[in-house]
Each structure stands twice: as C-alpha cells, then as structure tokens.
Ligand binder design. Structure first.
Ligand code: X2X
Length: 343
C-alpha cells in the first residue's frame, strides 16, 4: 500500500508523464487513477436522512483532500445487510465503517448502552456534554477493548425516541401493557419496554416498515426525524411523545482496516468525520422546530405523554437498580454527573 510520500512521488511522476503524454497522444486522465484505500461505510438510515446527506459531503471532502487516495463509499438503508449482519461484517473486516446505535452495539459491548438509560438526559445540552465528555470517553474505551473495533470521537444524533402505533395512542404506560411493539435488537430497549409491561419483539430496522405494514407488530419507537425520513407515517397513525431514550450512532471503524492508512490520511478522515457529525447534529436541531408539523401534515396524530408515570413504572420494575448493577458504580456515577440523580 502506498504511503503519502510515495504518493507524492507518484503524483509528481504522473504529472510529468501526463505532460509528456498530453503533448503526444492525449490519453492521460488524472482522475482515472484508482484509490489506494477504498473504505465501505454502512448505515441503516434512509438516503435522505441528514446522516447520509452529510456522509456524502464527508466522502467527497476526504477524496479531495487525499487527492483521491482515500475513497469512502457510503451504503445507506442497510444495503449491505441488517444491523446484526453488518456488525458481523464490520468485525470480520468486510465492512470498514459502520454507524451503529449504542443500543444495538450493546449486543456485543454491553457497557455502551449506558447512554440509553430511560429518561436519563433531560435535553440536548446534557446529551452533548456527556457524550463529548467523560461518558463518551468511557464508552469509547470499552469499544476499543474489543481490539477489533474503535469509535470515532463524536457520536451522530439519532434523537429522543418516541412511540408510534396504529390503533390507539399510548399517553400512559398502562396503554402499553401487553402491546406488541417492534424494538431494535437491543438488550436495553427490550428491557425498558418489558419494564412498561409491553410485549417487545426484536426486529432489525431494515424489516421494520414491512413488520408495521403487515401488522406483525402494533407499533415501534424511534425519533421523529427518522419516523419522517423512513416514511413510517405511511403505516402508523399515532405518535406518542414518550421521549423515553436519547439515541445516537457511534461511527465505528474496523481497527485493522483503519491502521492500514498512513497517519496523515487517518487524521484527514477523522477531521471530516467529526465535521460531518457536528453538521448533522445541527441539521437535526434545526429540524426540531418543524418536524412535528411535517408529521401532522402526513396525517399522524401527535399525543403528549408525561414522563413521570413511565419513570415510576420503571422504578417499580427495578429497571434502574438492575442496570446500575450491570454497568457498575463507576460508570453510573459518570452518567449521573451529567444527567443528575436517577433514583
Ligand atoms: O433500529 C432502530 O430503531 C434505529 C434505526 O433507531 C437504530 O438504529 C437503533
């Protein structure tokens, strides 16, 4: 594999020969040169979601700044397989980068789910302080311990998860009792809905629309921006604003694949990944003002759902104590430093 100095040499050499050829047959095209590093980046978000809009910009900027040496190919909408499959491919090195929610990464690295404790973060100020601060550092350290995977510094936003249903809204936890709901393949999301008394079924996002359409499940839970961009309003009627969990996507990399890049190219990739994430967070923040209206225009009925009865139900189900025990006192203390007391 080429390194930067060899590339620079080649570039000089190519330009020299290009100049010669240009004067002769005129066949040389500087754009025809193959990339030294092709990286596959997979995610489950629709093409139109801000994550993919920013990812395409990111790939372009990386290609330009590395002079074509690093080319990132973006595969949206679970094109390479479901999240469960893609995580396996990332571990095997068949996929190089993968944006995955901590709630699903929790199937492999349980400790990362701590950011998804129910009703922990009250607002985005708390979220970003924690995720760009010590809580994020703690979690990335746990991901790095796998040796096969690492997480880039900043986490993409997914949003606060709300609950959509087809036959009746769910403004209180009593409304959820016995209800069959799609949840991601995720121990912590499974656990919160069990705590509410619902009947959660784990289904990958790639199959969620059809599971709702065929009424295999009554509802699902996801952030407003995603309900809109994945057009879930076509197969769901009510949107109860439960805001039960804040969710993001860690930008994961296969450690061995990334290590093949020379250090200066790694730095360029990191810089543009971070910039894309920051811009995407901002895109989602700007959408907050209008997203409810967008969903109402699609005939969804939006319903308020006060958090306290839901929290009460979780306390009674021993949800907070159980997870505190699993994550341990140290990690729990980091979470509470940002989120306040969770008892
Ligand atoms: O699967 C989901 O619900 C999604 C898209 O929000 C995640 O990736 C966790």
């Amino acid at each position: 594999m080429a390194d930067f100095s060899r590339r620079n040499f080649l570039k000089t050499a190519s330009f020299a020969s290009a100049a010669m050829v240009a004067g002769g047959l005129g066949l040389y095209s500087p754009n025809s040169r193959a990339a030294d590093f092709r990286l596959k980046f997979a995610n489950n978000m629709p093409m139109t979601h801000p994550m993919n809009v920013r990812s395409r910009e990111m790939a372009k900027a990386i290609k330009e700044e590395t002079d074509g040496a690093v080319q990132i190919q973006v595969f949206p909408s679970s094109q390479l397989g479901s999240d469960t499959d893609t995580l396996a491919q990332l571990r095997a090195g068949a996929v190089d980068m993968f944006a995955l929610s901590p709630v699903i990464l929790g199937t492999m690295v349980p400790a990362v789910q701590i950011s998804a404790i129910g009703f922990a973060f009250k607002d985005y100020d708390q979220v970003w302080k924690a995720m760009d601060g010590e809580l994020g550092t703690h979690v990335r350290g746990e991901i790095e311990k796998t040796k096969t995977l690492f997480a880039f510094d900043k986490i993409w936003d997914n949003g606060f998860r709300v609950t959509t249903t087809s036959s009746k809204p769910v403004p209180t936890p009593e409304d959820l009792v016995g209800m069959k709901l799609r949840v991601p393949p995720s121990p912590i999301i499974m656990s919160i809905f069990r705590g509410f008394g619902a009947a959660p079924a784990s289904i990958n996002f790639a199959e969620t629309y059809s599971a709702l359409q065929t009424r295999i499940v009554e509802g699902q839970e996801n952030p407003l921006t995603l309900i809109s961009s994945a057009k879930l309003y076509e197969v769901q009627k009510y949107c109860s604003l439960t805001n039960h969990v804040w969710d993001g996507f860690w930008m994961l990399g296969n450690s061995a694949a990334f290590a093949k890049l020379p250090a200066d190219m790694q730095a360029i990739v990191r810089k543009h990944v971070d910039a894309a994430v920051v811009a995407q967070r901002d895109d989602l923040a700007k959408l907050q003002g209008s997203i409810q209206d967008t969903l109402k225009q699609q005939d969804m009925e939006l319903v308020e759902a006060a958090p306290e009865p839901f929290r009460e139900k979780l306390r009674a189900a021993n949800y907070y104590n159980d997870w505190h025990e699993k994550f341990g006192d140290d990690a729990w203390a980091i979470l509470e430093k940002y989120a306040g007391s969770l008892v």
